[in-house]
Ligand binder design. Structure first.
Ligand SMILES: [Zn+2]
Ligand SMILES: [Zn+2]
Length: 371
């Protein structure tokens, strides 16, 4: 595990303010190994919220606790949601950074500079707020990039997708979407260890083909409501598969991807997306259409319809060809019949009857002679 920074290694409140004014939108998390700040950015939305909170903290009516809470919230907002927002909260470094900033704030607002700062002796209550932060995907990650990437063939080709939540009100409206190739019950037992009580299963879909991919595509289709939960001490990481949405929507999306996976069979045996689908992805992007389960399934159905139409057309053509051939045959025979030089030469049948008659005549002649 990477070495944690000390709170003193974080930028000062003044520097943080400058970062917020600046366009860099720098994450303030310090990385002890390369000895620099994290290079990830924070969103405009978070910058605005942090700036607003820094205005709020100037309010003289705020208690020390309230002020510390606001500063801690600023520290969280100034950490990138991808790696460090939940870490600064989960490791409680945020609380300690807030205390340092609080001292800085006191020094800058106190008229007498001779007054030496005393450590603040306040119990910071464990804040139940901000259990979730918006999840930000890497700039290199997108639906098309994920869809076109190779399947990990070690993850199992058949399994289930499940959706759960917890009873606690902070989880209201939040759904965790996961996949498993084991039983869902045993997977839910694992999630009970996170320390939020027993998970409540909301729905599940079995017989999922390439469940890891179906899960991933479902996540990316819900990118606008993608959240990550604060640092989980038990598992030593952030659980990022949370979504603020309703269960029916998740079920619809995952079901559509699963149908597509089963019926369109879009990946080859090596786990590579087939060329035809790569082309469709490029086409959707070019035309400005979304790459989502609806469009992919629609394209599949359209292709099936097209293949059916082509097959029908081919069948009809074969039938027509057959009719045409027999017509041609009849016509040819008629033509041959007409072309036969009947007038100059007797037909074979006539010839035969003629020769038969001739033979008959001969026999008659012989008979007469013998008599
Ligand atoms: Zn960061
Ligand atoms: Zn956990």
């Amino acid at each position: 595990m990477a070495t944690l920074p000390t709170p003193a290694q974080f930028p000062s409140l003044k520097d943080t303010r400058d970062f917020l004014k600046d366009t860099s939108q720098q994450c303030i998390w310090y990385l002890p190994k390369p000895q620099r700040l994290c290079l990830c950015k924070i969103t405009n939305e978070d910058v605005c919220e942090a700036v607003g909170l820094l205005e709020k903290v100037k309010n003289p009516r705020l208690s020390v606790d309230e002020r510390l809470n606001v500063l801690e919230e600023v520290a969280e907002l100034c950490c990138c949601p991808r790696h460090h927002r939940s870490k600064i909260y989960g490791t409680k470094i945020g609380e300690r950074v807030a205390r340092i900033w609080y001292e800085e704030l006191k020094l800058t607002s106190t008229p007498s500079p001779s007054k030496k700062a005393q450590p603040v002796a306040v119990a910071v209550p464990v804040s139940p707020r901000r259990m979730f932060a918006r999840h930000q995907v890497h700039t290199t990650e997108s639906m098309s990039e994920r869809l076109c990437s190779k399947l990990d063939l070690n993850t199992g080709t058949s399994g289930s997708i499940y959706m759960y939540t917890h009873e606690d009100s902070v989880f209201s409206g939040m759904i965790k979407i996961g996949y498993t190739c084991r039983s869902i019950a045993s997977r839910l037992l694992d999630w009970g260890d996170c320390g939020h009580g027993e998970p409540t299963l909301l729905a599940s879909i079995s017989n999922i083909r390439h469940p890891e991919r179906v899960e991933l595509l479902t996540h990316f289709e819900l990118i606008d409501v993608w959240h990550e939960m604060m640092w989980c001490k038990t598992h030593g990481r952030t659980h990022i598969e949370w979504f603020k949405t309703d269960v029916d929507e998740v079920k619809d999306i995952a079901t559509r991807w699963n149908i597509w996976m089963h019926e369109a069979n879009p990946y080859d045996r090596r786990g590579k997306l087939k060329e035809g689908w790569e082309k469709w992805c490029a086409w959707l992007l070019k035309k400005g259409y979304a790459i989502n389960s609806n469009n992919m399934l629609w394209l599949h159905e359209w292709e099936v319809g097209k293949r059916k139409k082509i097959a029908e057309a081919e069948k009809a053509e074969r039938r027509a060809e057959g009719t045409r051939r027999s017509e041609v045959k009849v016509k040819k025979e008629e033509e041959e019949e007409n072309e036969r030089p009947l007038r100059s030469l007797p037909s074979r049948r006539e010839e035969t009857s003629y020769s038969t008659r001739a033979r008959k005549v001969k026999v008659e002649e012989n008979r007469t002679r013998r008599v």
